[in-house]
Write a protein that binds this ligand. Sequence first.
Ligand code: ACO
Length: 158
Amino acid sequence: MKLTAADIVIETLDTSGPLPMALLLLADPSEKMIQSYIYRSRIYVAVKAEQTIGICVVSTDDADHWEIRNLAVEEAFQGQGLGQLLLQHVIIEASKHQVPHLLIGTANSSVGQLYLYQKMGFDISSIRKNFFLEHYDTPLVENGIPCKHMIMLEMTLR
Ligand code: ACO
């Protein structure tokens, strides 16, 4: 069954409190990497019946290019449209702040995510070659494909 905007509340999370690390680790397996961006980002969380079931972390350092660094949905709620609701929320927030470009990166091996982001209107813009080989301690494999490069996708908002 699909979730709709009426089923959830999307809130901003203050980094001074506890972070939903298990959720963040679903999208990014390196806690060290998460720590490197989380404290200088906007964090949007999707809450359903007081449970945090989704998260979207956006780096806003560059006023011209906000970058979605982490998007994750609790496993029990995946495939119900929440990823798309979170992305739509961030697109609206970036537009409200008159940010011209929104970026999102995912692995060469993340075929479902590449489908989702292009379906949402993001266009492949560049490749950060060997990003995962150089920034992660253990080799990552997904869908039987070695995870090596970060595929960057961009959406122009104005
Ligand atoms: N494999 C195949 N298809 C997928 C996948 C996947 N891994 N993920 C999403 N899709 C497809 C769905 O089939 C759906 O297509 P449809 O609407 O045409 O049927 C569409 O993409 C979106 O589905 P949603 O239900 O909105 O996606 P969901 O709520 O599951 O959120 C997300 C997507 C965030 C990728 C979630 O599955 C998740 O948390 N996965 C694990 C963590 C992860 O990979 N995060 C992204 C890493 S990249 C980054 O963080 C910037």
